[in-house]
Design a protein around this ligand. Structure first.
Ligand SMILES: Cc1cc2nc3c(=O)[nH]c(=O)nc-3n(C[C@H](O)[C@H](O)[C@H](O)COP(=O)(O)OP(=O)(O)OC[C@H]3O[C@@H](n4cnc5c(N)ncnc54)[C@H](O)[C@@H]3O)c2cc1C
Length: 449
């Protein structure tokens, strides 16, 4: 066991923890970052396809990711526009594919109009929220005790518009069924991005990819910290009092004046605190849970759909495979289609044996781009719920009523213990942007204290 004496111990080497450690290092503090995995990046994880980086976790950078985009040039990291030339595809309830230009959603005129109206209602509410404290909205309790499913049934008459909107927010972001989270929780995701356009429109939320893959961001942040980042060293216990902390991990025991716990809040229960955390914090940790998602990358000899004038982007709110994206590397030496199976679809495919799962998912891709999708040369999947040090994705969210009950304490330090994570961020909530902002804010909190 290596013994260390530092100013601050950071637990978790995701973007949040590494952003926090970098602020502290710049301010001349001694830090150590203890990471459970054998790599940095947490929910950002590169793989290699066709000799180029591709992503198993988070990947797209949006225009509203302002702090992140400020940081990238400092880290020597470049972005490239995600491919979206050609037609998108909408697959309807009967499984029929409809090509359409990326301007609309591929719905009938009445449904398109209803969808826009429903988004405008959500935007009007989201505008009234402070993304840093959504629980302060004057109707917070009412909005937090109504499920998003109930709101949809009350507010959106058009069935097709309703199913699309349900799928955008529930499948596309919270990765839980719409009856499993409140309107307020959904509005927080929207307000954190700046609006439904910023959160939902592919040209916004999927605007850019990272040259070298998104894990390059935490890798470069970690390079700045050098030996201050210790891998394969899960933190199992934190002893604390007013004067500081003693953090026990597999390889290092570190004493410090403060700790920043930069892990998803639902994972904090895996750490033994001595003395125990206060009751409000223990309750909060039980009330928040990760969504679930399986990400799939299907690899082809070339991006065949492009020859057919398709963007590789499509949506199918009634099907098992509900969304597809072109994840081809910049050189296009191979073609890559990407999809996500969130929430109940993730549960469903997790129960299939691997070959049946692969067949069902490739079948789902074929519904968008044709039977050539069945002949993938490689197939890669990550069930994020099965990742011990994440246990779900994209983020942790509360059940009904939890956000108003526990939200106000989400970032409240306990003695010398501070908290950071994209899941508790305001602006950039549930995204890399939030991770960076949350980490930097926690570091400033420690410096102020
Ligand atoms: C499939 C998928 C797609 C996504 N798509 C996007 C996207 O396109 N754009 C976007 O902006 N965001 C996306 N996200 C979300 C984004 O990846 C996350 O919001 C962000 O990376 C979270 O960073 P974080 O540092 O807060 O948490 P994490 O990345 O979860 O980092 C926490 C770290 O703590 C470590 N850890 C946990 N417990 C312990 C312990 N006891 N001791 C030591 N270490 C521990 C973990 O191993 C991990 O490295 C996606 C996420 C997923 C999974």
């Amino acid at each position: 066991m290596h013994e260390l004496e530092v100013d601050v111990v950071v637990i978790g080497a995701g973007v949040a923890g590494l952003a926090a450690a970098n602020v502290l290092r710049t301010e001349g503090r001694e830090v150590v970052v203890l990471e459970a995995r054998d790599r940095v990046g947490g929910r950002l994880w590169n793989t290699e396809i066709g000799g180029e980086a591709n992503e198993l976790g988070g990947e797209w950078v949006a225009p509203y990711h302002r702090r992140l985009r400020e940081l990238l040039p400092e880290l020597g990291i470049e972005l490239f526009p995600a491919y979206r030339e050609g037609d998108d595809v909408y697959v309807d309830e009967e499984g029929r594919a409809h090509r359409h230009s990326g301007d609309g959603h591929g719905l009938g005129e009445a449904s398109e109009q209803a969808l826009l109206e429903a988004e405008a209602k959500l935007d009007a509410l989201a505008k009234e929220l402070d993304p840093e404290a959504p629980w302060t909205h004057e109707r917070a309790r009412e909005l937090d005790t109504m499920t998003f499913d109930e709101w949809l049934r009350r507010e959106v008459r058009d069935a097709e518009a309703r199913e699309n909107l349900r799928s955008y927010l529930a499948d596309g972001f919270l990765t839980k069924p719409a009856h499993g989270f409140s309107v307020l929780q959904g509005l927080w995701a929207i307000a954190g991005a700046g609006g439904t356009y910023e959160l939902f429109a592919p040209e916004q939320c999927l605007a850019y990819r990272v040259v070298g893959g998104s894990q390059l961001i935490p890798i470069r942040l970690a390079e700045r910290l050098g030996e201050r980042v210790v891998l394969e060293s899960p933190v199992r216990a934190i002893r604390w009092d007013r004067a500081g902390v003693e953090v026990e991990s597999r390889l290092v025991r570190a004493r410090a004046r403060a700790a920043i716990v930069a892990i998803p809040p639902n994972l904090t229960t895996a750490i033994a605190f001595e003395p125990a955390l206060p009751a409000w914090r223990l309750q909060l940790e039980q009330a928040i849970s990760q969504g679930s998602v399986t990400k799939v990358l299907a690899v082809y000899d070339h991006p065949f759909w492009r020859e057919d004038g398709l963007s590789g982007e499509g949506f199918a709110p009634h099907q098992l495979v509900r969304e597809i994206y072109d994840n081809t590397p910049p050189s296009a030496s191979v073609g890559v289609l990407c999809t996500f199976l969130p929430g109940e679809q993730a549960d469903l495919v997790a129960r299939l044996d691997p070959s049946a799962r692969r067949a069902a998912i490739l079948e789902g891709l074929a519904a968008f781009v044709g039977p050539e999708a069945l002949r993938a040369s490689d197939y890669i999947e990550v069930d994020w719920a099965a990742q011990e040090w994440t246990r779900g994705a994209y983020a942790a969210t509360f059940g009904i009523g939890g956000l108003t009950r526990f939200g106000p304490y989400l970032r409240e330090p306990v003695g010398p213990i501070h908290w950071a994570c994209a899941d508790i961020a305001g602006v950039g909530h549930m995204h890399m942007e939030g991770g960076v902002r949350s980490g930097e804010a926690a570091a400033r909190g420690v410096l102020d204290a």
